[in-house]
Design a protein around this ligand. Sequence first.
Ligand SMILES: *Cc1c(COP(=O)(O)O)cnc(C)c1O
Length: 414
Amino acid sequence: MHLRQAKRLLGRLLKEANPRKNAQAAIYNGIQDIKYPDNVKVADYRSDTFSTPSQQMRQVMFEAKVGDDVYGEDPTVNELESKGANLFGKEAALFCASGTMSNLLAVMTHSDQRGCEVIVGDESHILMWEQAGAAQIAGAQLRTVTNKSNGTFDLNEMAAKIRSNKVKFLPRTSLVCIENTHNSCGGRVLPIPWLKQLGEVVKSFNLPLHLDGARLFNSVVYYGLPAADVVKECDSINLCLSKGLGAPLGSLLVGSSNFIEKARYLRKVIGGGMRQVGLMAAAGIYALDNMVERLREDHEHAYAIGKAISECRSPVITVDMEGVETNILLIQMDTRYVKSDEFCRRLSTVTDEELKGANPTAVKILPWSPSIARLVVCCNNTVEDRLATIEKVKSVIWEMDKRAQGREPTSIRT
Ligand SMILES: *Cc1c(COP(=O)(O)O)cnc(C)c1O
């Protein structure tokens, strides 16, 4: 084989081996940072991290009492931390700058010896989206178990991957992590019976269980159970205040007093010792008091948009409604006809034709993989957004269906 041919083949193989590459680059390349004419309605469903603090939330931030939190003297941070601990039925909590920091601290604190290995799902946020912080900062190795489509994994597979600490060739398993709701699986809620079984297995190995509960309250309102019941099996929990709960920043790490004391020490070295941060903690307190029940509205919006898509009965663009449990909607497409980046680009484009119509709308969502686009609802999204979005999505699907009808499936382009 000639060198040129070999190079071309290698290029193709690499591309095929990494089908997420292009879609994931698109997520952060700002492809949808588009300026629209004033009469265009923009419905932005890229992420619940886009949620903005309400007027009332800003007011409590303005009025917050503050002190130096590194000295433990910020009364508002202290109030938020004890509120978080009580809410989850645990002893203590720690205010962190972000969910990434909170998860990293959990891994660091639970893995305080050399040679540690942490078990995570292969679709987990800790593995996929946190810059390998477990490796580069905590010095721990991640070992994956295969995530099922509902965010769980096989408990036998997990048990088989826990190392014996008696063999001197092996790393030592220090921690098992789960995610609820599960982001990459489409906001799926982990079944309570599975959580109970998992808790028993993990305990039988004498290991701690960490929950990445960035969107834990989305599952709590779905179950209709007290938060403390949902996290009973978990030794530590990360909760994001800055997603659906609408605070500008912050996450809580929750666990035993001993665990939080160690995590508080480590927070300082990774730059998380913040000073008059009661301004932000006030938003967190407001969020826990006022923003939890309203997550149901986000779930309703996601469900309604999903239902409208599935009612199109499109052969090209579909939604598995059984998987739509919370505020995240995964829209599937037949990549022989359209790939997710094209679908997303079309939704965010307003044509001249549409501009002349009654309700020109741009819908922003993100390509998640070539065959999946992800739509996330948060408190920014109104009922009007939802109605306009349904109209726009229906007309784009109609367009894609029509195009597909006149076309044989092309061979899969890479
Ligand atoms: C967003 C998110 C995080 C990280 O939170 P940041 O505040 O963005 O660092 C962790 N886990 C999951 C599941 C998330 O969705």
